[in-house]
Design a protein around this ligand. Structure first.
Ligand SMILES: Nc1ncnc2c1ncn2[C@@H]1O[C@H](COP(=O)(O)OP(=O)(O)O)[C@@H](O)[C@H]1O
Ligand SMILES: [Mg+2]
Length: 585
């Protein structure tokens, strides 16, 4: 989903506007509760002046019922307001998360380099939570307090202008120190949370590498280091609590002193008969309301600023566009695909290394059904070439044709459907083995899955698990050996049944026994498919129809094993170092 928003404000509107009905419910409830709250002051005045002072129990009973009636309305209104406002907050965040994720998942892979994904993770969780607390509570709090402030002030003026002047002078005197203290406490709270997070990540790191820790007898050092983390968290927490204690002390002393001053000035007026006792009580009530409204609003302003920052960051994520752009007039491929690949003076450098081409004027013709082995030193650009074939990166110059069609003119989905890729470390996802094999073809039947698993030499070990195909894999396929993971990845590729196969050192991380099994599985996979294999085993290299020697981003030589041994210095060296060592195993 692409966003159709042009500024953070329009993003906020696009997110909120579908829920106008719910906003109106919340606003109505908010109006009711604010009015009820303000009426309580009048209730108190009437209760005292008309009920208590007249010594009439009938009157008193009436005003007590009135008071309770207002309280019931206040309670019902508060529930309604709370429900709809927090519903809105949760809904908005759910929408934002989906919107951002749906946008990100189509971006070019280069976007996620440099640990960007960790930062994005925190934007989707932390930043959205900030917005949730603003939409789901702070905004409504600010609005409610604004109404209370205005309403309270009006009642104050109506009741007594002289006392109101005193309140207006004392509110800033009371509220400012409380706000300053409050800010300090919040800063320390944040600091304290960070320290606790440090404790958590240290535990995660140590326990995640427990075998290394114990093998190097590193426990004592780790205990000492952990102690410093825990003790720092303790110190910061105590600091925060002392400040918080001071804050509470300040609130009690300042607020109650202000009330005391008012009772003194107002009390004198009551004695002189200038105002009634009920008026004084209502007055104290309204001044507390006005004071706390001012405090709440200034608190919320800080939160609004942080939420605006969060919205801005999410907006930037939504504005980022994929560098891999589908041509507007894409051409369909003639199916079935023959599998001819023509690479024509292709050049590419990674954006982070503008001066160093990873692929340099590379030309290569691969015939339908052929197996071509790519050999070359580490860093020669072999994996990069695969990424360019799949259009994970955009080449700078040159072209790649698939059955004669430039891949830039193909819909991305069509292009990627043409390739099955098996890499050195296969990606398995959290879920069952069945789900992982079905990854490229979710509608495959169990029978089909078993069939490909058998072909991939994976069926036997899967069947031996207590839960068979329903065995759950942890993150990244934990609980399987490298060879088992690899064979599941091959079964997945078989099921996807793509016409061109890309193997990137698919067996290099394996021991000899699993390598043998994986190789057999790969041989099945290669049948009838154009195969590009980045190879490190002499057997694979020798079995290929042709061998291409890649060096510094270009093809240095192409030929058979024998030809290359005779003519190519680099190949001779690779074969004596890399392949020899393999054969001696
Ligand atoms: N994401 C990347 N960003 C910047 N440079 C990269 C990136 N990936 C690979 N390279 C560089 O590009 C060159 C080719 O890398 P690669 O294709 O992985 O080589 P090979 O697979 O042949 O070992 C190397 O110099 C490597 O350091
Ligand atoms: Mg590589």
């Amino acid at each position: 989903m692409t966003s159709n928003t042009s500024s953070p404000a329009s993003l906020a509107w696009a997110i909120v506007s579908p829920y106008r009905r719910q906003i109106i419910y919340g606003l109505l409830a908010l109006l009711v509760t604010s009015t009820a709250m303000l009426s309580i002051g009048q209730g108190i005045r009437l209760l005292i002046d008309q009920g208590i002072a007249t010594a009439s129990t009938v009157q008193l009973r009436f005003y007590v019922f009135l008071f309770i009636g207002i309280a019931v309305i206040l309670a019902a209104g508060t529930f309604t307001r709370y429900y709809w406002v927090s519903w809105l907050g949760e809904r908005v965040v759910a929408d934002l998360r989906e919107r951002v994720f749906n946008h990100l998942i189509d971006l070019h892979p280069g976007f996620f380099e440099h640990n960007r994904s960790l930062e994005i993770q925190s934007r989707i969780t932390t930043d959205t939570t900030l917005i949730q607390s603003v939409v789901g509570s702070s905004l409504s709090m600010a609005l409610r307090n604004l109404i209370m402030f205005l309403g309270g002030l009006i009642w104050l003026f109506i009741t007594n202008a002289k006392l109101t002047a005193i309140v207006l002078v004392s509110v800033p005197l009371v509220v400012t120190p409380i706000l300053l203290f409050g800010r300090r406490v919040r800063g320390l709270s944040k600091h304290s949370q960070d320290k606790v997070a440090d404790v958590g990540s240290y535990v995660g790191e140590i326990l995640g590498n427990i075998k290394t820790v114990q093998a190097y007898n590193h426990q004592e050092e780790d205990k000492a280091k952990f102690k410093t983390f825990v003790e720092t968290a303790f110190r910061v927490a105590i600091q925060r609590n002392v400040q918080r204690g001071f804050l509470i002390v300040a609130v009690i002393i300042l607020v109650l002193s202000a009330v005391g001053v008012m009772l003194w000035v107002g009390g004198v007026d009551v004695i002189n008969g200038a105002i009634s006792g009920g008026e004084l009580a209502a007055f104290v009530f309204y001044s507390v309301i006005v004071g706390s409204a001012v405090a709440s609003i200034s608190e919320v302003i800080g939160e609004l600023q942080r939420a605006a920052g969060a919205t801005q960051r999410l907006f930037e994520l939504l504005q980022s566009t994929s560098e891999i752009i589908e041509a507007p007039d894409t051409k369909p491929l003639t199916l079935p695909l023959q599998g001819a690949i023509s690479i024509q003076s292709l050049s590419f450098h990674y954006p982070s290394r503008p001066d160093e081409p990873a692929i340099d004027q590379l030309s290569l013709e691969i015939h339908p059904g052929e197996t071509l082995a790519l050999v070359g030193p580490s860093g020669a650009g072999k994996s990069t070439l695969f990424d360019l074939l799949l259009r994970f990166y955009e080449s700078n110059t040159g072209a790649i044709l698939l059955d004669g069609v430039n891949i830039k003119n193909l819909p991305l989905k069509t292009l990627r459907k043409c390739f099955a890729i098996v890499t050195q470390s296969p990606s398995l996802f959290y879920g069952t083995i069945l789900e992982n094999i079905r990854y490229g073809n979710p509608t495959a039947t169990l029978q089909q899955v078993e069939q490909v698993a058998k072909a991939a030499h994976a069926h036997d070990f899967i069947s031996e698990f207590p839960h068979g195909y329903d065995t759950r894999l942890g993150d990244g396929g934990i609980g399987l050996s490298g060879g088992q993971k690899q064979r599941i990845a091959i079964a997945r590729a078989l099921l996807a049944d793509s016409p061109i196969l890309l193997l990137d050192e698919a067996t290099s991380a394996l021991d000899a026994q699993s390598e043998f099994l994986v190789q057999q599985a790969l041989d099945t996979l290669m049948q009838g498919r154009t195969t590009l294999v980045i190879a490190h085993r002499l057997a694979t290299v020798k079995n290929a129809d042709r061998i291409a020697v890649l060096n510094k981003g270009h093809i240095e030589a192409i030929g058979s094993h024998k030809e290359l041994l005779e003519n190519n210095e680099l190949y001779r060296r690779l074969s004596s170092l890399q392949f020899k060592a393999q054969e001696e195993l």
